[in-house]
Each structure stands twice: as structure tokens, then as C-alpha cells.
Design a protein around this ligand. Structure first.
Ligand code: VGL
Ligand code: ZN
Length: 209
């Protein structure tokens, strides 16, 4: 698959808390760093995201008495998995992984900073209505096809790709440049949704420029 000047690589949440030793460890999460460095030269435009929560955020199990991390609750907008406290604004866990070296990235987008609503996708918060501003940014910059890599495949990567499709943008997930959490059947579920809306899955080796 050949990339063009209208393609953008969105690198999702490659942050310390999602890597080994972090608060919400994704197995082998740090392996995405090398994979992303491998595909970055194929893209003229790269943007990064950072999960960026307030202390006591409503997506944390610790904010819900009697609940444990990875329990699910029904919120007014949708079912929400509860997480360990992670990616709290200004903490070391919220920093991008120190080995991630993408000085050419054009934007760092923070999300999940509203205390009462979680945000997996880089486009919309989990109510699927509150916008992050990324759709407008891509439109104004004429970036019309979205490639997604990073952490975690079955949450923030997946929701970003699904929302890109909702915005009628072609969306491609670079599978081997992602790692998954895989909780409560989340990988099978996101892949069923990819199938339903036409999110493409490729391997890094399929990219050329
Ligand atoms: C993520 C769970 C909670 C992710 C963020 O980056 O996939 N997952 N917050
Ligand atoms: Zn989060």
C-alpha cells in the first residue's frame, strides 16, 4: 500500500503507563516503539495522542466505591470499562515513552481531560458527540486518509479507526505496530466492528512510499 501526502499516521497513546512497569500495562506495549519507528518514514504527516486524565477521573475504578479495575459499569452514554488510575496529567506515567523519537510529529493531541467522560478515540469522547477537534484539524489540513498505530489496539486505536470511518475517512490500522489489552472479549469485539464498517488491517511490511 503506497502512502501519499494526504495520509496521516496517528500514533496513539505510546505512554509510560501503558508500557511494562506502568499503571495500565499493555503486554509488550513498548514493542510498538520500534514498529512505529519502522513505519514513520513512510509518512509525510504524523500526529501523536496522549491520554491525559484528571486525578479522580470517572474512568478510574478508584472513583467508584466497590468496583475493581476491569469491572464494567453502565454510564449514561455507554458501557464503560473501569481502569486502574493511569495517565494523570503531569505525572511520569502520562509522559510519552522516552524511546519514542518522532520529532517530525506535527501535533500532540491530548484527550480524556474532562473529569466525567472518558475518551478512547482521538476524534470523539466516549459519548460519541463531544469532539476533540481532530476532525476539523484534518479537514483544514486536507489530510484525508488515516493510518492508526500504538496503544491499545482494542481501545484507543480501535475507537479512533471506527470514528474515522464514521467521518467517512478511509481508515487503516497497522496491526503489528499495535498491542492489545484484550479484556472481556475486547479484541474480538473491535475486529467485528472493523469488519462492519470497513476499517482495513495491514501489516507494517505492506507500506511503501
Ligand atoms: C486506553 C484504556 C484507558 C488506551 C486509554 O489508550 O487504549 N485504554 N485509557
Ligand atoms: Zn485512559
Amino acid at each position: 500500500m503506497r502512502t501519499t501526502a494526504q495520509d496521516v499516521l496517528i500514533v496513539i497513546d505510546v505512554q509510560n503507563d501503558f508500557c511494562p512497569g506502568g499503571a495500565l500495562t499493555v503486554a509488550h506495549g513498548d514493542a510498538v516503539v520500534e514498529a512505529i519507528h519502522g513505519i514513520a518514514p513512510k509518512f509525510e504527516h504524523i500526529i501523536l495522542t496522549q491520554d491525559w486524565h484528571t486525578p479522580g477521573h470517572s474512568s478510574f475504578a478508584s472513583s467508584h466505591p466497590g468496583k475493581k479495575p476491569y469491572d464494567q459499569i453502565e454510564l449514561s452514554y455507554r458501557r464503560q470499562t473501569l481502569w486502574p488510575d493511569h495517565c494523570i496529567q503531569g505525572t511520569p506515567g502520562a509522559e510519552l515513552h522516552p524511546a519514542l523519537h518522532l520529532p517530525q510529529a506535527e501535533l500532540i493531541l491530548r484527550k480524556g481531560f474532562r473529569p466525567h467522560i472518558d475518551s478512547y478515540s482521538a476524534f470523539f469522547e466516549n459519548d460519541r458527540v463531544t469532539a476533540t477537534g481532530l476532525a476539523g484539524y484534518l479537514r483544514e489540513r486536507n489530510l484525508t486518509r488515516v493510518f492508526v498505530a500504538g496503544l491499545a489496539y482494542d481501545f484507543c486505536v480501535g475507537y479512533t479507526a471506527l470514528d474515522a470511518r464514521r467521518l467517512r475517512l478511509p481508515a487503516v490500522v497497522v496491526r503489528d505496530a499495535c498491542r492489545a489489552i484484550d479484556v472481556n472479549g475486547s479484541v474480538a469485539q473491535i475486529e467485528a466492528e472493523f469488519n462492519g464498517v470497513g476499517v482495513a488491517l495491514i501489516e507494517a511490511a505492506e507500506l511503501s512510499r
